[in-house]
Design a protein around this ligand. Structure first.
Ligand code: 3HC
Ligand code: NAI
Length: 696
């Protein structure tokens, strides 16, 4: 029998265990083993029922994603499941860890399901751009009803065992996996329980439920393929005989598997796991345990960052210049939690526990117990250096000293201490208690332990930590600069804000650069441009003329009820403004630029190819470890759509030769700012993609 599955006997119960670490994915070996094991149990007259469980840390976590797109081998999954469901002996699934995707589908072909309390079940295929393709869309609605199945299958959310019991997905929850499941199976046999097949249950839906669901979720599912196909499948479950529904599911699964959306989302799945791997900081590098954090600065970022730690149960000492700043910062933190409580997403008890984890001081001498200190004061080098000198004086040896700077050099900040090996950047994104991205900025002297600790604690508090190098803007903002900058050049040369924003929205981002600017406030950029005016190289093209003029009118964005757009009181819908259009056209005239009538495709290229070109530059400089890290940064920090896989995967999907040809065209038309990155040229010359770079 296949090594991946073994068969043992417990009295009259056959115990079938999948042993395919790490997550018992349904590889060919597992499918073959399952088929053989069930046949063995079926043929053995001593066996009255069978229990299926996963060895190691989990039940089956789904199909083997790495097999998609490979030539088929081993037993077809559908045949294995069919054999199980048709078994004349009861099969009980015994679930621990996670029963996901094809794993839950396997369990749904068992006649009963037993789960331990901390296990979870779910059909997360949609997150990979797929749909549950082994009967999940046909069987789950038969157990939980159509409305709940729609929510579970289109979200891919995991359901904890106690809730799965309430929903009827599992039949029994008990503490001891093997003993509990065997006892459950024995009882079923003793009671003469029926062979319960989910396929035989009815599946009804109220009139109009599918149309209403499509309409209600149109914005959320925009650009994705799989959620729509999931709905189609569940509709088939409710309207067709079981076997026809299965055929429909199979057909639509086929559409999803070959779709570019799924290729992109599968890329993201692996990229999210790859991001934690650092070649010169091995997995077993010692990490400092973070039992106490000190947060320097209780402003916008400090407050949000601190909340992440309190949410994870880690005490935080807030340090400020004056008591009134502490009071103001703490009041905002309290208000944020209170809002969550008011929305019913947090209990008052939990809020009280979290608030109790905060303490405050205006004296740096109090930070001596902190294992991690994060500085988030004003963005001024002199101030940061002054603070790090104080941290050096008061922090305990070995404490990690992090800065949340968004632009300043970590090495220069570290030079203010006698322990640069402990200094690192931890660049959170605003609002820091919400945004998942954390750029961990590696200084020239940051030690492996400091890097491992910063990456690890980020993950522990729910962030996706990406290691980046120490350069201006690091990775995300350096690329963003190219994107927003090109947006204003597009205005000068022919587009209007609503056209650019519309094209970007349709591409899949939550909003375009101008709506984003209005939301963030245009005054910040204006101040920065004025401050830099004297140092700007004379040959550098200046794209700030239009936003400067808009700011000169006192239009700073939503906070002033107008910026690139107008806004009605209490409404964030952008309304195009004639005066802004006049400014744009006037600037084109003054700069002697003929206005071009761009179509959406050209707008997308011009607005988003800077991400690719600068991304290539960043890779060449070693400021990002791999192309997929850049994709993760853009998806989690800037709302780049997951169904496009991030800017680098997107460029690969288009073909780097085509991307480069356009960049060269823009270079010829618009000059230096479009100079192709040497790495991009090299890859094209070698017929390679960014993905090859990673594989190599
Ligand atoms: N296929 C192949 N490899 C998988 C896998 C899968 N389904 N699920 C996880 N892995 C790999 C990961 O890539 C990782 O590999 P690495 O160590 O080389 O980086 C390793 O297993 C461990 O995974 P995690 O680091 O994610 O471990 P966690 O303990 O944090 O999480 C998990 C475990 C919750 C199971 C998580 O891995 C997960 O969500 N997996 C995907 C589940 C899924 O989407 N299943 C549906 C698959 S599609 C399907 O079933 C189609 C069917 O309907 C026909
Ligand atoms: P902020 O102005 O809201 O907060 C700064 C806080 O630091 C103030 O409360 C101030 O009283 C305090 N502070 C000043 N000097 C101090 C000192 N000597 N000791 C203790 N506290 C002191 O600023 P914000 O927006 O929170 O930014 C902080 C840092 O985070 C900056 O480096 C910024 O570049 C960075 N950042 C900001 C982002 C944003 O979107 N606002 C995003 C990512 C990083």
């Amino acid at each position: 029998m296949s090594d991946a599955v073994d068969f043992t006997k417990r009295g009259a119960i056959g115990v079938i265990t999948v042993n395919s670490p790490p997550v018992n994915a349904l590889s060919a070996a597992v499918r073959d083993g399952l088929g053989e094991a069930f046949e063995k149990g079926q043929a053995d007259p001593e066996i009255k029922a069978m229990v299926l469980l996963g060895g190691g840390r989990t039940f089956i976590a789904g199909a083997d994603i790495r097999e998609f797109g490979q030539p088929p081998k081993g037993r077809p999954f559908h045949d294995v499941l069919k054999g199980m469901e048709a078994s004349s002996k009861i099969i009980v699934a015994a679930i621990h860890g996670t029963a996901l995707g094809g794993g839950l589908e396997t369990a749904l072909c068992c006649h009963y399901r037993f789960a331990v309390p901390n296990s979870m079940v779910g059909l997360p295929e949609v997150k990979l751009g797929l749909l549950p393709g082994a009967g999940g869309t046909q069987r789950l609605p038969r157990l939980v009803g159509v409305p709940k199945a729609l929510d579970l299958i289109t979200s891919g959310d995991f359901v904890p065992a106690p809730q799965a019991l309430e929903l009827g997905i599992v039949d029994e929850v008990g503490d001891d996996l093997l003993e509990g499941a065997v006892a459950f199976a024995e009882k079923l046999v003793a009671d003469g329980a029926p062979l319960r097949k989910v396929r035989d249950l009815p599946c009804d839906a109220e009139d109009g439920v599918f149309e209403a669901y499509r309409k209600a979720n149109a914005r959320k599912f925009r650009g994705f393929l799989a959620p729509w196909k999931c709905i189609d499948c569940i509709e088939a479950a409710a309207t067709l005989p079981f076997d026809d529904g299965m055929a429909r599911e199979r057909e639509l699964f086929g559409d999803c598997v070959v779709s570019p959306e799924s290729a992109a989302q599968r890329h993201v799945f692996f990229a999210e796991r790859e991001v934690a791997k650092i070649p010169d900081v091995p997995k077993d590098t010692a990490q400092k345990e973070i039992k106490q954090v000190a947060m320097i600065g209780a402003g916008t970022m400090g407050g949000g960052i601190a909340m992440n730690f309190a949410n994870a149960g880690i005490p935080v000492l807030m340090v400020e210049v004056a008591q009134e700043n502490l009071d103001r910062g703490m009041a905002i933190i309290e208000r944020n939690y209170q809002n969550t409580v008011n929305k019913g997403r947090l209990s008052q008890d939990k809020m009280d526990q979290r608030m109790a984890l905060f303490s405050t001081t205006t004296d740096f001498a109090d930070i001596g117990d902190a294992d991690l200190v994060i500085e988030a004061v004003f963005e001024k080098m002199e101030l940061k250096k002054e603070i790090f000198a104080k941290l050096d004086a008061h922090a305990k040896p070995g404490a990690v000293l992090a800065s949340n700077t968004s632009t300043l050099s970590i090495d220069e900040i570290a030079s203010a201490t006698k322990r640069p090996e402990s200094v690192i950047g931890m660049h959170f994104f605003s609002p820091a208690n919400v945004m998942r991205l954390l750029e961990v900025v590696r200084g020239g002297k940051s030690s492996p332990e400091t890097i491992a600790t910063a990456m690890g604690i980020g993950r522990k508090v729910g962030k996706i930590s990406v290691l980046v190098g120490n350069c201006f803007g690091f990775v995300g903002n350096r690329m963003l600069h190219g994107y927003t900058g090109e947006g204003t050049f597009l205005l000068e040369s022919g587009a209007l804000p609503q056209q650019v924003d519309g094209a970007i929205y349709n591409f899949g981002l939550a909003m375009g650069p101008f709506a984003m600017g209005d939301m963030a406030g245009l005054d910040v950029g204006w101040l920065v441009r004025k401050a830099r005016a004297a140092d700007r190289p004379s040959n550098e093209e200046y794209g700030g003329t239009i936003p400067d003029r808009i700011c000169e009118l006192g239009r700073f964005g939503q906070k002033t009820t107008g910026g690139y757009y107008d806004y009605k009181e209490g409404d964030r819908t952008p309304i195009p403004n004639g005066e802004v259009q006049a400014i744009i056209e006037q600037v084109s005239k003054e700069k002697n630029i003929a206005r071009t009538d761009y179509d959406d495709e050209e707008i997308i290229k011009r607005a988003l190819y800077p991400l690719v070109n600068i991304g290539a530059q960043i890779l060449d400089e070693g400021m990002a470890m791999r192309p997929s890290d850049i994709d993760i940064i853009y998806i989690n920090g800037y709302g780049f759509p997951a169904h496009k896989g991030g800017p680098m995967h997107w460029a690969d999907a288009i073909g780097l030769d085509k991307v480069l040809a356009d960049i060269k065209r823009f270079h010829a038309e618009n000059g230096e700012r479009w100079r192709p990155a040497p790495l991009l040229e090299k890859l094209v010359a070698e017929g390679k993609s960014f993905a090859d770079l990673q594989a190599g």
